[in-house]
Design a protein around this ligand. Sequence first.
Ligand code: AHR
Length: 502
Amino acid sequence: ATARLTIDPRFRVGEVNRRVFGSFVEHLGRCVYDGIYEPGHPSADEDGFRADVLELVRELGVSTVRYPGGNFVSGYRWEDGVGPREERPRRLDLAWHSLETNQVGLHEFARWNAKAGSELMLAVNLGTRGVQEALDLLEYSNVRSGSALSDKRIADGTAEPFDVRMWCLGNEMDGPWQLGHRSAEDYAKLASQTAKAMRQLDPRIQLVVCGSSNRQMPTFGAWERTVLQHTYADVDYISCHAYYFERGGDLASFLASAVDMDRFIEDVVATADSVKAELGSSKTIEISFDEWNVWDQDRFENVDKITDIEQWPYAPRLLEDVYTVADAVVVGSLLVSLLKHSDRVTSASLAQLVNVIGPIMTEPGGPAWRQTTFFPFALTSRLARGSALRVELETPAYRTGAYGEVPLVDAVATHDEETGATTVFLVNRNLAEATTVTVDVSGLGNVRIVETHTLNDDDPYAQNTLEEPDRVVPVENKSAALEEGVLTVELPPVSWTAIALG
Ligand code: AHR
């Protein structure tokens, strides 16, 4: 098969916001405990954080980290996680049926973020709590000093404000599984009141209102509409969440997951813009795609769920998906989808970061390693600079059970006007054959190939494991050649590729 595309700096979609390369740390399973935090580990630093994990997080190129949940936040009392550690309560976490020791809380996580070089993004609990608790957390976090809660933060050990700018107004409030789940109308009123109050305290903050937990939710569309009708003036972003996995052995459909993400984003944009017109507003709402990944939810339902009421395990092995090459190709293509919508998707979080559906895995007392999904994220975060460009793709299509006819190849490019650096990101969904892609790069002037990376394997189900942590790594694509303004490259079956030009 063959496909063609054009890279021209004039086909600009929008600036790539660094916040698109965010991730997510939830108090869930072994994400925090025995993930980022393991005081007894040989690599642990003075705060009990694993230095090997921190190094991988920096290599991953994570911009923002959403915290502390997720479903967890809807039952969380943030005060439990501050003050002397020996006095912190042990709580039952209803979301994941686990024991929460609160040894990591706001101060510890802010310190970890500083070490990781990432920005802290906080979610407030609008499940079991409301306006006052959100205000308290904001005062504690962002007010310099001279008030009860800012002075308490100082007494608790952090003199400077945490100065958190991105705030989520609850989590997945459309989901019946959510503690405090409510109707769109009820949530919208609470979110609007909370947002107004929080802005009264700190007008610099940016607020994310909950959109749908996925595009298949029965309330999808209507939820966004109602929520934005009530909160349009109060918020900056609406969230999208989506998880994909291979259902019933249908790899062809799974590889086309980004088609669903494209439609999801475009539907939410259309809904937000229709509310904008209805309200006569001049403001545009952006999308925070603040949970996205591959996650085998069938496995979660059947294997992971803890239901025994006598047992509330500490840091259990939950949602520890081991990713394949095909999963990594999908992750790469979901990043292509996010970049293609750079005009409206200006924040996103790969859910999650360590052990729990994470690109990084750890063993207690043992090593940390990169899952297959680590690579497309790290490379896209490093190479996608400047603006995202449309590429006017001409590609064969194939039929899928889940999404009908879909493009065989997907692609996006980025271009940095200052440095001239340009990168094209490509996905080949062909199960059996390579696809040769021709790229017209004449619009870029005199450029050459700087680096190429292709992720694929003869076995699309190959994985990196504790025993074989480097089984799958991206390799140079030696087929790439650039001559007289035309780049040609062969994309192996089920593969993800990045080619940087400069
Ligand atoms: O990331 C795992 C869970 O997925 C989150 O806690 C929740 O928000 C979503 O349903």
